[in-house]
Design a protein around this ligand. Structure first.
Ligand SMILES: Cc1ncc(COP(=O)(O)O)c(C=O)c1O
Length: 414
């Protein structure tokens, strides 16, 4: 469903909802509204599943989903699981990581928790401000005798510097894996993400452009690793009554796989919608002082899932949080992302109270970055309206700032 636009133009500062005018949108616009593919196809699959009376435990839809996703990405194995967090935990355990593992702090908290849950210490590393991904030079500096691995995160679907990380991992004898939760259908040097490092973890959470309600998977070309993870996601059972590993319940259900298959059939359409929106935002935000729009290079394949801005307060006259508040009043629920950084969340903040000193770029980005709604719930007129709100707010920054201060408008939650 696409957003309902009210006919309230936002050309003058007094038109903005923070000055008491009606919001630009009648309904709240969320960043990650779920994409649903062919509803009839999904319902047919669910009906077939009920007829078969096979709901979980490595069922036919899970197998089909794994096969088709592995073919799509071009990897030997897709081990589907109930979500990406458990997939990360299982991959980390199956690879035998211990001690310390280097990750960016600019990531979703699950990357850190998947380690700490197993009493492995996440070591937060700074990012390259141009790519928002791990800075390989900083990675090198964070290695200690206790380091056993590196988890790169392909943030926004933009690939990490895989070659540089691979070279470090090889030279320092570390395991390398990737949190590719954002990166289905994105490529690095022309090859789809999924086959790099020892393995890559993808997410099909409902807020991702490609969803299976909840879901995740580990993609790998390593036969032994895939086999081990298949057992670990099912309590470590190897056949009836025979447990050979510590395992957990990481299984994907049939209904989730049915949704995943249906999403896969519509993936080109989802990406085309995101791409259209991305170009509309890019045009609409061009030239607004202090607003940097993150573009996806045309050389690589990408899913255009995230509409990412950086707000430079000095040039825009408003902070990122002030802009988020202006948009929120218009029912546009723009999101700060990964704020305030994993290193400032518990328990990590208590463990590493001085971490911010070695994470200057992460600190800066966490204050600047915001994400706008994308997917099927916005169209070109809706995007034009969102861009107009931003343009008007920035053009009238002092008045906007004064109005926000006067009303003490609540800052949008993460
Ligand atoms: C970078 C990153 N890693 C891991 C996850 C966890 O994924 P899931 O919700 O499928 O467990 C997410 C989810 O948003 C994510 O963005």
């Amino acid at each position: 469903m696409t957003a309902t636009l009210k006919t309230c133009p936002k050309l003058q500062p007094e038109d903005l909802a923070i000055f008491g005018k009606p919001p630009a949108f009648a309904e709240k616009l969320h960043v990650g509204r779920p994409n649903v593919g062919n509803r009839e196809r999904l319902l047919q699959r669910i009906s077939d599943m009920l007829d078969r009376n096979w709901l979980t435990n490595d069922g036919p839809y899970v197998r089909e989903f794994e096969k088709r996703l592995a073919e799509f990405v071009g990897v030997r194995h897709c081990v589907a699981m109930c979500n990406a967090t458990i997939s990360l935990e299982i991959a980390i355990r199956a690879l035998g990581l211990t001690g310390e593992v280097i990750i960016p702090s600019f990531t979703f908290i699950a990357t850190a928790h998947a380690l700490q849950w197993q009493e492995i210490t996440p070591i937060f590393c700074d990012i390259d401000p141009k790519t928002h991904n791990l800075d390989p030079a900083q990675v090198e500096r964070m290695i200690t005798p206790r380091t056993t691995g590196i988890i790169g995160v392909h943030t926004w679907g933009r690939p990490c510097d895989v070659d540089a990380l691979q070279a470090i991992a090889r030279r320092r004898n570390l395991q390398l894996l990737f949190d590719a939760a954002h990166a289905i259908a994105c490529s690095y040097k022309g090859k789809l993400i999924g086959g790099f490092g020892r393995c890559e973890i993808v997410s099909f959470h409902a807020t991702k452009f490609f969803n299976s309600f909840e879901g995740g998977a580990v993609l790998t070309n390593d036969d032994a690793l895939a086999g081990k993870m298949r057992l670990m996601r099912n309590f470590g059972f190897s056949g009836y009554d025979n447990v050979i590993y510590i395992g957990t319940n990481g299984k994907m259900t049939e209904v989730c796989a049915a949704m995943g298959l249906t999403s896969l059939e519509s993936i080109d359409h989802f990406i085309a919608t995101n791409r259209r929106n991305h170009h509309a935002y890019r045009g609409g935000l061009a030239g607004i002082p202090g607003i940097t729009f993150i573009v996806y290079g045309e050389r690589e394949r990408t899913n255009y899932q995230y509409i990412v801005l950086e707000v430079d307060e000095t040039a825009a006259g408003l902070t990122r949080d002030e802009l988020v508040a202006v948009l929120s009043a218009e029912n546009v629920l723009a999101r700060r992302y990964f704020y305030p950084g994993c290193h400032r969340m518990e328990p990590y903040h208590s463990y590493f109270p001085l971490a911010s000193l070695v994470l200057p770029e992460t600190e800066k980005l966490c204050r600047r970055v915001m994400v706008l709604p994308n997917g099927g719930s916005v169209n070109e007129p809706a995007i034009a309206s969102i861009c107009q709100v931003i343009e008007t707010a920035v053009a009238n920054a002092p008045a906007v700032r004064a109005a926000l201060a006067a009303s003490a408008a609540p800052q949008a939650a993460k």
